[in-house]
Design a protein around this ligand. Structure first.
Ligand code: 5GP
Ligand code: ZN
Length: 134
């Protein structure tokens, strides 16, 4: 458990949360400020800051729990789709520094919109960045 981590406190039962699913490695609970009806967060019980730090096993456990919740949201809430969202570091919008995946049920008529616009780039730029990533 990390000092002053609100999600560690939720895992420990020291802060209240509307828990909807848990297993040996993960806890899932309602986001306190939901983007849509049923918006939940899946976290590993073991603290890690974000994607750069989480170990592969915990990441796999979180992914499995997120899938479980997505299927349940479709069955119980009747959502039309689901977004999984994860943010790593403030530059990518992370605000709580205990790894979490947002499971966001989507409805055909909901108000969410894509946060970015696809850019046009030329082939040389794509090739150059691909070379850096290989
Ligand atoms: P991030 O911005 O790091 O991707 O996501 C953090 C999420 O945690 C936000 O959607 C925010 O609403 C949620 N959140 C922050 N504090 C609490 C809390 O004390 N309880 C719950 N259930 N959710 C929280
Ligand atoms: Zn934590």
């Amino acid at each position: 458990m990390a000092d002053d981590c609100i999600f560690c406190k939720i895992v420990a039962g020291e802060l209240p949360a509307e828990v909807v699913d848990q297993d040996e490695h993960t806890v899932s609970f309602m986001d306190i400020n939901p983007w849509t009806r049923g918006h939940a967060l899946v976290i590993p019980r073991k603290h890690s800051r974000n994607l750069f730090e989480i170990d592969d096993d915990d990441l796999a456990h979180v992914a499995a729990a997120a899938k479980r919740l997505a299927l349940r949201a479709r069955e119980r809430l009747g959502c039309d789709g689901v977004n999984l969202l994860n943010s790593a570091e403030p530059a990518a919008w992370q605000t709580v520094f205990h790894f979490h995946v947002h499971v966001i049920p989507r409805y055909e008529d909901d108000p969410l919109r894509l946060p970015g616009a696809p850019q046009q780039v030329d082939q040389d730029e794509l090739r150059a960045v691909a070379k850096e990533l290989r």
